[in-house]
Design a binder for this molecule. Structure first.
Ligand code: TXA
Ligand code: MG
Length: 332
C-alpha cells in the first residue's frame, strides 16, 4: 500500500471519508499529537488500529467527534460539572471519560463500561470529523511504545506502507496528549496529565483529583501502565547538569554518541556538550519534547534528559512524559 500525505482540502477530505467508510485507518492532525483514526462503530476498523500499532488489547481508545456532534448518542448521562467543563475547554485538549451508552464497537473501550470522548480544536481535525460525521476512534499515530507524532512526517516514519492516507495539518502546536479526565464520579479526576491543567479544571468544576494507581490495582487509565514515549536509543535521566555531564563523558569515552535534552536555562552549564534545547516555559517544552526525542534518537547512542526546574501548570504533563521517556524514577 502506498501512503499519501495530503494537505487538508475538499479532495483529500473526500478521500479520507471514503477510506473511513470502507473500514480503513486514516491519520489526521490534532492540536495535541497526530491521531490514527477509524470508524468507532466498526469492530473490524477498530481492531485494525490495535493491529497496526501493536497496541495491547486492554488499552482503550478515545473517540473523537466534531463540535456539532450530539454527545448524548454515545454516553449515558453526565454529572453537572461535566457540562461546565465542556463549555470552558471544548473544543480543545481535554478528553472526558463518561459512562458509555454502548453504541460504539466494544473494542473501543476494551470491555470497560466507560467511553473516552474528545472534541479536538484543530481546524484540520474538525474538517475531517465533520466530513465523516462519525465518532472516530483514534490513539496517537505512533507504533506502540514509540514517541507520539507531532508532524505528518513522524506518522509516515512509523506507518509508511501500512495506511493509505495522512491528512497533513502541519505541526501540532500543543505537543503532548490531551488531559484524560474521569467524569463518572462526584468529583472529576485526572487519569492522564496533559495540556489542560488540574488548576484550570478545579477552577471550573470546584475541585479536581489526580488518580494515582494503588499497588497491584488495575489502573483506571490502562495506557498509563505501559512503557511509553520511548526514543529508539538508550536513555538516562539526570537530576542536574553535573550528573548529566558525568553520564555524557562516560558515553563519549566509550566511543558512543551522547546527547543531552534539557531546558534552555541549563544549556550554559553544559560546557559545550551536544544538547537539544527544550525551551523555557511549560508550553514551549510540551510543544518541542516529542520532535526533539525523535530527532535525538536518529543520531544519539545515549539520550540524557535533565529534570527541568520549571514547575506548575503544563509541567505536570511534561514531567510525566519525560519520566516515562527517559525511564526516570516516578517516586520523585
Ligand atoms: O491528545 C490525545 O489524546 C491524542 C489525540 C490523537 O487525540 N490521543 C491519544 O490517544 O493520546 P492514546 O490512545 O495514545 O491515549 C489514550 C489514553 C490511554 O492512556 C487510555 O488508557 C486512556 O486514554 N483511555 C481511553 N479510554 C479510556 C476509558 N474509557 N477509561 C479510562 N482511560 C481511557
Ligand atoms: Mg499514545
Amino acid at each position: 500500500m502506498t501512503t499519501e500525505i495530503l494537505g487538508v482540502n475538499e479532495e483529500s477530505l473526500r478521500k479520507a471519508r471514503e477510506y473511513i467508510e470502507a473500514g480503513e485507518v486514516v491519520a489526521f492532525h490534532t492540536e495535541t499529537v497526530y491521531g490514527l483514526g477509524a470508524n468507532a462503530f466498526s469492530d473490524d476498523a477498530v481492531r485494525k488500529i490495535f493491529a497496526l500499532k501493536g497496541r495491547p488489547s486492554d488499552n482503550p481508545l478515545i473517540v473523537h467527534v466534531h463540535t456539532g456532534y450530539d454527545l448524548s448518542r454515545l454516553i449515558d448521562g453526565e454529572p453537572p460539572y461535566a457540562k461546565a467543563l465542556r463549555r470552558a475547554f471544548l473544543p480543545g485538549p481535554l478528553t472526558m471519560v463518561y459512562p458509555s451508552a454502548g453504541k460504539v464497537s466494544e473494542y473501543v473501550s476494551c470491555g470497560l463500561r466507560t467511553l473516552a470522548v474528545r472534541v479536538p480544536s484543530s481546524p484540520a481535525a474538525q474538517a475531517f470529523l465533520r466530513e465523516t460525521d462519525l465518532p472516530i476512534a483514534a490513539p496517537s499515530a505512533n507504533l506502540s511504545k514509540h514517541v507520539s507524532p507531532v508532524t505528518a512526517r513522524h506518522v509516515y516514519d512509523d506507518f509508511n506502507g501500512l495506511i493509505p492516507l495522512i491528512l497533513d495539518g502541519g505541526d501540532c502546536t500543543g505537543g503532548i496528549e490531551s488531559t484524560v479526565l474521569d467524569c463518572t464520579g462526584n468529583v472529576p479526576q485526572i487519569l492522564r496529565e496533559g495540556l489542560v491543567t488540574r488548576e484550570q479544571i478545579a477552577a471550573v468544576a470546584g475541585d479536581c483529583g489526580v488518580y494515582v494507581p494503588q499497588q497491584g490495582e488495575r489502573p483506571k487509565s490502562p495506557g498509563m501502565a505501559y512503557k511509553h514515549y520511548s526514543p529508539r536509543c538508550r536513555t538516562a535521566w539526570a537530576k542536574s547538569a553535573e550528573e548529566a555531564l558525568l553520564l555524557y563523558q562516560n558515553e563519549d569515552m566509550g566511543c558512543g554518541k551522547p546527547l543531552i535534552l534539557c531546558e534552555s536555562g541549563v544549556i550554559g552549564e553544559l560546557h559545550g556538550a551536544n544538547a537539544l534545547d527544550l525551551g523555557a516555559s511549560g508550553e514551549e517544552m510540551a510543544r518541542r519534547l516529542y520532535a526533539l526525542l525523535r530527532q535525538g534518537e536518529k543520531t544519539a547512542t545515549l539520550l540524557i534528559g535533565i529534570e527541568p526546574r520549571e514547575r506548575g501548570g503544563v509541567m505536570a504533563g511534561v514531567m510525566n512524559r519525560m519520566l516515562r521517556a527517559f525511564g526516570g524514577n516516578h517516586e520523585t
